[in-house]
Design a protein around this ligand. Structure first.
Ligand SMILES: [Zn+2]
Length: 63
């Protein structure tokens, strides 16, 4: 494990041409999808398991 700053900083992962936020659990990703929908009016986000690592992503853009 690499050292982490004390401030919370979401992990990111390159997927194709975009660097997406990585979520450690499906629950965390689903919560983030709800927040994005509410705060940014992004609807229809779906959660999926990353094929490159042991984490989850949302289906749209940088999320
Ligand atoms: Zn990933």
């Amino acid at each position: 494990m690499s050292r982490k700053p004390t401030m919370y900083e979401p992990e990111r992962c390159w997927v194709g041409d975009v660097q997406k936020v990585s979520y450690k659990t499906r629950e965390e990703a689903e919560l983030a999808a709800k927040v994005a929908e509410y705060d940014h009016k992004i609807s229809g986000l779906t959660v999926y398991k990353c094929e490159y690592g042991d984490h989850w992503h949302l289906s749209s853009g940088q999320y």
